[in-house]
Design a protein around this ligand. Structure first.
Ligand code: F6R
Length: 240
């Protein structure tokens, strides 16, 4: 795994943007694996600016998102489908038909996992963007998830529910389960780009980069990927 330490969040986002823009420019019909959360916002802002200012086109780009809250319809303002429209897709010339995410309001969870797994088998990510949970999760693969797992539904860890609650008006509305790509779906990507910012990610960054490769720290599986780049700010790199 290649690790780049940036001075701050802005520098981390700029370096991530340069890598992402390279993929889009070299392959106008690339498949981008995308993430939600606060970490990628600086990157997404730069992608929008670049599309508007320099005409970088996303017309033929396809996207697959990591995860979605179970029980939330894609139109719910707290769904990850809404997050992606608001923070990225609405600012690009992307065709929404080419954007894929789990259906949080599917009536049959098992069938939904099968459906999304098939989507992913047909759309291998040219690049997969990841944030990092403070407990070392990637997507919503919490500690203990088998590395061989594919798309599945998970009960979120207490720490994840707590971390996510800041984005909800009311704590009791924070979903307790979610659909997620499994580590196996993530590892199929040609290239993986992991971002982490802030002191609360320092332990997870250390575990992912220098820790034992173990299912108890899901991000440690990334050490096995042939082309994984992690960009962290100084605070997140504190233990390296
Ligand atoms: C989001 C996701 C999560 C986040 C992680 C970090 O789609 O899969 O794994 O990347 O929880 O979240 P932030 O960026 O909000 O710190």
């Amino acid at each position: 795994m290649k690790v780049i330490v940036a001075n701050d969040y802005e520098e981390m986002s700029q370096k991530a943007f340069e890598i992402m823009a390279d993929v889009v420019k070299n392959k106008p019909d690339a498949v981008l694996g995308l993430a939600t959360g606060t970490t990628p916002l600086g990157l997404y802002g730069r992608m929008i600016k670049d599309c508007k200012a320099n005409g970088t086109s996303y017309k033929n780009i396809k996207t697959v998102n990591l995860d979605e809250y179970a029980g939330l319809d894609g139109n719910n303002k707290n769904s990850y489908a809404s997050f992606m429209k608001e923070n990225l897709f609405n600012g690009l010339d992307i065709d929404l038909k080419n954007t894929h995410i789990e259906n949080g309001s599917a009536s049959d969870a098992e069938k939904e996992c099968e459906r999304y797994n098939k989507v992913l088998c047909g759309l291998k990510q040219d690049i997969q963007l990841l944030g990092l949970g403070s407990n070392g999760h990637i997507a919503f693969n919490e500690p203990g998830t088998p590395f061989g797992a594919e798309v599945h539904i998970v009960n979120l860890a207490e720490s994840t529910i707590r971390d996510n609650s800041r984005l909800f008006d009311n704590k009791k509305d924070v979903p307790v389960s979610a659909y997620t790509m499994g580590p196996k779906n993530i590892m199929q990507a040609k290239k993986i780009l992991v971002l982490a910012s802030g002191a609360n990610k320092a332990d997870a960054v250390y575990g992912a980069v220098k820790g034992e490769i173990s299912e108890s720290l899901p991000a440690s599986v990334l050490q096995l990927h042939p082309d994984c780049i992690m960009i962290v700010d100084k605070e997140a790199a504190a233990r390296l």
